[in-house]
Design a protein around this ligand. Structure first.
Ligand code: UDP
Length: 235
């Protein structure tokens, strides 16, 4: 396997599948199966999952909810998704731990860096819920930060698009996909890889990012086997 320890970022929105809201059980099980597949080959897997399928901080403002309050609501949404993913992974026969950036001992462990690393060394799949526990951040920033903290080899950003394009491929049919980019190129071309906070963290710490289509079955394993899929962004 090309990478020994990965941080997989899954968006909350992707979990909706064809639904308008919430969690699509088929999608959830597909993810669990693919994650199990790579974990069973000895890859240490940490996961950050978004909350956009349930709640987003920015959308709160429109409904009169204060931004910070909305952000905390978004963080709680990621815990709900984390719990769902944990259950799906466990029913597939893997060992998991859900660690939260906001203390809630009844449902998950608090995030303790050394403990997270220990879980990974023991082959447990670690899910990081509640973001970094602070408003004004995103789950992309959480993915970058946690990846650096646990010394992951790469951040794998699973989306519904198969990489980074010259323009939005859902709007511009002539858009072309990059197979590889440096951080500098992505920055200068103003390409939408991750939000700036998340992107800068990876750039400054030389942590490679791969943006890929997580909804295409088998893609995750392909990448770990060193096949080219998606877009690799590195120093
Ligand atoms: N959030 C936050 N701090 C964090 C992580 C998340 O405040 O460290 C909030 C933020 O409001 C965000 C929401 O949680 O909108 C859900 O996460 P995100 O939108 O990143 O999820 P995704 O788009 O990946 O589904």
């Amino acid at each position: 396997m090309k990478y020994k320890r990965i941080l997989l970022k899954l968006s909350g929105e992707a979990l909706m599948g064809t639904q308008q809201y919430g969690i699509d059980p088929d999608r959830l099980n597909q993810y669990a199966t693919e994650i199990k597949e790579v974990a069973s080959r000895g890859v240490e897997v940490a996961i950050v999952i978004g909350g956009g399928n349930i709640f987003r901080g920015v959308q709160a403002e429109a409904s009169g909810i204060e931004r910070v309050q909305g952000d905390y609501m978004g963080m709680l949404a990621t815990v709900i998704n984390g719990m769902a993913l944990q259950s799906a992974l466990e029913s597939n026969g893997t060992y998991t731990r859900l660690m939260s950036g906001i203390n809630m001992e009844q449902v998950c462990e608090p995030f303790i860096r050394r403990r997270a690393i220990r879980h990974l060394e023991k082959g447990r799949i670690v899910i990081f819920g509640a973001g970094i526990g602070n408003p004004y951040f995103t789950t992309d920033s959480t993915a970058s930060l946690r990846a650096i903290e646990i010394q992951a080899d790469v951040v794998l950003k699973g989306t519904r698009v198969d990489g980074v394009y010259t323009a939005d491929p859902e709007k511009d049919p002539s858009a072309k996909r990059y197979s590889q980019l440096t951080f500098q190129e992505a920055y200068e071309k103003n390409l939408n890889v991750m939000d700036m906070t998340a992107f800068t963290l990876c750039m400054e710490n030389g942590l490679p990012i791969i943006v890929f289509d997580m909804n295409k079955p088998g893609n995750l394993l392909k990448i770990l086997e060193g096949e080219k899929a998606g877009t690799l962004i590195q120093s």
